[in-house]
Design a protein around this ligand. Structure first.
Ligand SMILES: Nc1ncnc2c1ncn2[C@@H]1O[C@H](COP(=O)(O)OP(=O)(O)OP(=O)(O)O)[C@@H](O)[C@H]1O
Ligand SMILES: [Mg+2]
Length: 248
């Protein structure tokens, strides 16, 4: 579903130094799986996600989604291709002047859906994400978990094949985190969607990820079946995330 081959990305820092946020990263994400990217703050996780949807221009390497190399697409092709990808960015990213149903409707409105179809689709997404009764609520009136449900519903609006989720549970308590993870498992089956989940929480990986890659200072230091990686961690950073390591 997603194949990333040797991508690198650097940023020029305020002090003019070059920061290598991603170094020769390669990954393969199989269809209808949940793939976790775990790493400490600054490891390059969000840069990787932003690269996958072409919000960052990579310095070199290739990204294939469903066999299509996205870096080769023209601006207009990319815009329509991106409809296949749902994203929940780090932070809530909800529009605070719009209520729940209007937030979820946004991608449908932008895509020119008819009003009655938008209404039906939003109703369905509200049911699936467990937001019934909150249709008219504004983001400020919701809990953190409910806001993430809205963000997930909005990301699913156009029925994407790929869902990219950046730290969607990091601000939530353990019970709410579990509820959101359970929802993701349901969504994976219902929508037949492939999920890339970025997190720094090892519990999230162990609960729902089929596979995991550990990112450290822009490099993948470890990868594999999540059960195996967590049972037999090799890198210092994986051990540290598991609470077994010393200092990195
Ligand atoms: N636009 C930018 N300009 C300059 N440096 C950047 C830019 N975006 C990211 N970086 C740097 O790239 C590195 C990786 O950042 P990134 O946001 O990908 O990390 P992260 O793993 O998502 O961290 P966190 O867990 O804190 O969200 C960091 O050192 C960051 O300062
Ligand atoms: Mg990040």
């Amino acid at each position: 579903m997603v194949r990333i081959e040797n991508i690198s990305k650097s940023f020029i820092q305020a002090n003019n130094e070059n920061l290598h946020a991603l170094k020769n990263v390669s990954l393969e994400i199989r269809e209808n799986t949940i793939f976790g990217i775990i790493g400490l703050s600054g490891a390059g996780k969000s840069t990787l996600l932003r690269s996958i949807i072409s919000l960052e221009k990579i310095d070199c390497g290739s990204i294939f989604i469903d066999g299509i190399e996205i870096t080769s697409l023209k601006e207009s092709e990319l815009r329509s291709f991106k409809k296949n990808i749902g994203v929940v960015f780090q932070g809530y990213n909800l529009l605070y002047q719009r209520n729940v149903e209007k937030n979820i409707a946004l991608p449908l409105e932008i895509s020119g859906w008819k009003k009655e179809n938008i209404k039906k689709r939003v109703k369905y997404l509200i049911e699936v994400t467990g937001l019934s009764g909150k249709e008219k609520a504004y983001p400020a009136q919701l809990s953190g978990g409910q806001r993430q449900r809205v963000a997930i519903a909005r990301a699913l609006a156009l029925n994407p094949k790929l869902l990219l989720l950046d730290e969607i549970t990091s601000a939530l308590d353990p019970r709410t985190t579990n509820q959101i993870l359970k929802l993701l498992l349901e969504i994976k089956e219902k929508f037949r969607v492939t999920i890339l989940l970025i997190t720094h929480e090892i519990a999230v990986v162990s609960l729902i990820c089929d596979e995991v890659a550990v990112l450290d200072y822009g490099e993948i230091v470890e990868r594999g079946n999540s059960f195996d990686v967590l049972k037999h961690p090799k890198s210092t950073v994986t051990k540290m995330l598991l609470g077994k390591g010393g200092f990195c």
